[in-house]
Design a protein around this ligand. Structure first.
Ligand SMILES: *Cc1c(COP(=O)(O)O)cnc(C)c1O
Length: 358
């Protein structure tokens, strides 16, 4: 949370303007700050990341089959299904859990029109390999960058890759506006299309050229985003300290694995993932999870189950076809990570994890 007084100062003008939503002054202010921070001009803010993703798929007129990952949050796959598209699950890489480019290649059919990849835990996908495959086959590339706000590679922002990207500003993310989402596209025409679709398809007082929904971003959310943007760098720095404290304790332990930050990457430390190989470690993921719960530590099995194992998709997918994803889902934990996590907290959590061994 930002300082209370800072938020109050940001929203105070709303009691004068009475302009609460539909692209008010704070929307414009926040959008300009984001354009600068992400070094990319063609943006639209949304009520949440999920609706930004659905609207991107509609605005880009994606059809047919989309190759994507089952190792993600429900939103990624649901966005495809809810916009009438067919998700095709490729496997993930062992090292960083992002989409495996060769697996993607093997699943392309005449019906494939796009790749929807996720920068899992803020680790950037192999964007060059995915773009190469997309270019060879005339596919669009869309990134679910919900985890990757503030991440860059060799000075290039995570917003720069692919035909479009979605960021989530949900309260649980490293940077938030209570609820909120950002769509990044490559042309002003697509921004207009996104704005039309997020506002009932309305383009003027008497013109409604398309069947849009409502996914608009309020002035109160913009104010929260503006305040949080000011404290983001400090938040990321302090998360980094906690992250390194975890690695000091867990880094060399046989059977425990955290995806490394790739060289040249400016990370955002959005998550502290830990993969537990039961045979090498001496306890499995669920035993570690149970020991943490007993010690009062709220770790999460993130992402588990695989989307392809959701009840909602029963009978449609076979998770054995993505063996790496299936294994990681069974072995993964996300440990608590936030700026106020103290070194003592980290030691307590690590003692509990290491003590879970028989
Ligand atoms: C949070 C999240 C979303 C959805 O974003 P919301 O803003 O909560 O709608 C989508 N994909 C991933 C990977 C997420 O973590």
């Amino acid at each position: 949370m930002p300082a209370f007084a800072d938020y109050v100062a940001e929203i105070a003008p709303l009691w004068e303007s009475r302009w609460l939503t539909n692209h008010g002054a704070l929307y414009e202010k926040f959008l300009a700050q984001l354009a600068q921070r992400l070094a990319t001009p063609h943006l639209a803010l949304f009520a949440n990341g999920h609706l930004a993703l659905e609207t991107i798929l509609e605005a880009l007129e994606v059809t047919g089959e989309v190759i994507t990952t089952p190792f993600t949050f429900a939103s990624t796959t649901h966005a495809l299904t809810r916009t009438g598209l067919t998700p095709i699950f490729a496997d993930i890489r062992r090292d960083d859990f992002t989409l495996d480019a060769e697996s993607v290649r093997s699943l392309i059919t005449p019906r494939t029109t796009a790749i929807l990849a996720v920068h899992v835990y803020g680790n950037l996908c192999d964007v060059d390999a995915l773009q190469r495959i997309a270019d060879e086959h005339g596919l669009k590339v869309i990134y679910d960058a919900a985890h990757a706000f503030g991440v860059s590679r060799d000075g290039v922002s995570s917003a720069a890759f692919g035909d479009a990207a979605m960021f989530s500003f949900h309260a649980t993310k490293v940077f938030h506006s209570i609820e909120g989402g950002l769509a990044v596209v490559r042309t002003p025409e697509l921004v207009e299309k996104l704005q039309e679709l997020q506002n009932f398809g309305i383009t003027g007082p008497e013109t409604v050229p398309s069947v849009g929904g409502n996914a608009k971003f309020t002035e109160f959310a913009a104010a929260m985003g503006i305040c949080n943007l000011k404290i983001l760098d400090g938040e990321i720095r302090r998360r980094g300290e906690a992250y390194r404290a975890y690695l000091d304790r867990l880094g060399g332990v046989p059977g425990l694995y955290t995806p490394p930050q790739r060289p040249g990457t400016e990370p955002n430390y959005s998550y502290m993932p830990l993969q537990v190989d039961a045979a090498a470690f001496g306890a499995d993921r669920d035993q570690v999870f149970g020991a943490l719960a007993e010690a009062g530590v709220g770790a999460r099995k993130y992402f588990y189950p695989l989307v392809s194992d959701y009840e909602a998709y029963a009978g449609r997918f076979d998770s054995r076809r993505t063996p790496v994803a299936a294994r990681v889902a069974d072995e993964i934990l996300a440990l608590p990570l936030y700026a106020d996590l103290t070194p003592d907290d980290v030691h307590y959590i690590c003692d509990t994890i290491l003590g879970a061994r028989a």
